[in-house]
Design a binder for this molecule. Structure first.
Ligand SMILES: Cc1cc2nc3c(=O)[nH]c(=O)nc-3n(C[C@H](O)[C@H](O)[C@H](O)COP(=O)(O)OP(=O)(O)OC[C@H]3O[C@@H](n4cnc5c(N)ncnc54)[C@H](O)[C@@H]3O)c2cc1C
Length: 459
């Protein structure tokens, strides 16, 4: 069904002529996100509201015409969440990028949903404050997308994920009603926790028009090391040894040999040759000596657990280079084979060695190449499934199913941080009972009885 021209004129009246895009060339970038291998789907129109009031009026108009609306932030998602698989309107937040307030007294920030995460980091750090969530896409993803996906990142190990920092939200329901939910205080027990329900709901329950975030004081010193290993098994066991000794670094990032080899040619520093795994370990605090001493203790434990070499970053540039290499893995592993599927399972920490070994064995058994990297400290592994040829698709599908089933069997989850979107919805019954899925569907209907908000996702 083509989108009614009456709706397009109403949207133009609300947001202005230039903020409604309908020509296919300009729609093209809105037809995809960063999910590897996902088929693009063009919306009928992109509407760019400039305020919460405009969001609510556009939603009301779409709901009156029964037209689907898909919210979109930076388009960096890894599960197809912002792709309008049923056409209709994409609601893009490029004009809602204001940081409304940073309060050093309350330790809060109020932002519009289109604020790019890196801009918030810079603004709060300038004032000696800290907003920890740090997905690798931080230079392009937005706070609206982060809240909708409950984004994590390397620092989640010590500081938690987006949900831990969202105090309150302004939302617009699919029929256009505007609500303020949550609080501005750290404590609060008053009614159901609607804020937590919206966090991670992947834009299927409500549109986020403003976010109140909790901030913390910025740690003044950070120490970083790259620790390498001869085998994935030794690295995985070393991670367990570290936690066994009660050390909690701020990051503990894992990369296997195949991932290292992929990023090596473009990495801004030289990885040691012939290594089969590496960890990036980072500690922080308010005192340089204590921070370095804590890193030293961590490295010593990893050493005793069989590390092959350790490189401690000597200055901010070397720290940046290590992280540039880590952040380059998403792109670099795309080049190993023609097609890549990136998975995002999470397992309880102590099951990491088993999960890594089983992924490799399952890949071999199915005859499909795999690589793995990720946030080993919190059990969140980005398993990469790599192949050249559509003829391998049946084996790939078999492998995918087995990897997901393994994650659940080990007490884990289908997605640590990338969400379900369209990419993983077929696996939902592996993790959730029929009763739980039914309750989720009923919640969806309570928020969105007409089913116009981001249809086709999660279920
Ligand atoms: C290189 C790279 C590295 C990454 N690393 C990480 C990582 O370390 N940790 C991690 O968690 N993720 C990571 N991601 C995934 C992705 O960046 C996150 O999921 C991010 O939160 C998406 O934000 P976005 O603004 O791009 O959202 P989009 O992709 O535009 O949208 C994501 C979802 O949010 C919804 N949405 C967007 N805005 C709103 C709104 N205002 N109201 C309601 N719903 C909305 C969309 O409908 C969609 O369902 C990475 C991605 C890339 C490309």
């Amino acid at each position: 069904m083509p989108i009614p021209s009456q709706l397009l004129s109403e949207c133009r009246q609300i947001v202005g002529e230039r903020q409604v895009v309908t020509d296919s060339e300009r729609l093209e970038p809105y037809g995809r996100d960063e999910t590897p291998g996902l088929a693009p789907a063009l919306p009928d129109a992109v509407v760019r509201p400039g305020s919460a009031d405009e969001v609510s009026r556009v939603l009301r108009a779409c709901s009156q015409h029964g037209v689907a609306v898909t919210p979109r932030g930076g388009g960096t998602g890894h599960s197809g969440g912002c792709v309008a698989v049923q056409g209709g309107v994409v609601l893009a937040f490029e004009r809602m990028q204001r940081i409304l307030e940073i309060s050093a007294d309350d330790l809060t920030a109020d932002v519009e949903p289109g604020v790019v995460l890196q801009d918030l980091h810079a603004a709060v750090e300038e004032r000696g404050l800290f907003y920890p969530p740090d997905p690798g896409s931080l230079d392009t993803c937005t706070l609206g997308g982060n809240v909708a996906e409950n984004a994590g990142g390397p620092r989640a190990l010590r500081y938690g994920v987006t949900r831990d920092y969202v105090l309150g939200l302004e939302i617009a329901l699919p029929a256009g009603d505007r609500l303020r939910i949550g609080k501005r205080t750290v404590k609060g027990v008053s009614g159901y926790d609607l804020t937590s329900l919206i966090v991670g709901s992947e834009g299927t329950l409500a549109v986020i028009t403003a976010v109140t975030l909790k901030l913390i004081p910025r740690p003044r010193s950070v120490a970083t090391a790259l620790v390498t290993f001869d085998s994935a098994a030794t690295a995985a066991a070393a991670v367990s040894a570290l936690f066994g000794r009660g050390i909690l670094p701020r990051t503990l990032e894992y990369m296997d040999g195949r991932s290292i080899d992929a990023v090596r040619p473009t990495a801004p520093f030289r990885f040691p040759e012939q290594i089969d795994a590496a960890l990036i370990v980072e500690t922080d605090g308010d005192d340089d000596e204590a921070t370095l001493a804590q890193l030293g203790r961590a490295v010593e434990i990893l050493d005793r657990a069989g590390a092959r070499s350790t490189l401690i970053a000597q200055d901010a540039r070397q720290q940046r280079d290590l992280w540039t290499s880590r952040r380059g893995l998403t792109e670099a592993t795309r080049k190993i084979r023609r097609i890549k599927i990136a998975e995002d399972i999470a397992v309880p920490r102590r099951r990491i060695p088993e999960a890594l070994a089983r992924v490799a064995a399952l890949g071999e058994r199915c005859g499909v190449l795999t690589a793995a990297y990720g946030h080993a400290g919190d059990g969140n592994l980005h398993v990469q499934i790599l192949f050249d040829d559509e003829g391998q698709r049946p084996a790939v599908e078999r492998l995918l199913h087995q990897v997901m089933a393994m994650a659940i069997e080990l007490g884990g989850t289908l997605s640590g941080e990338h969400g379900i979107g369209i990419a993983k919805k077929k696996f939902m019954p592996l993790e959730h009972s029929a009763g739980a899925l039914d309750l989720m569907r009923r919640l969806k209907r309570a928020f969105d009885p007409a089913g116009i908000l981001n249809p086709g996702k999660i279920f």
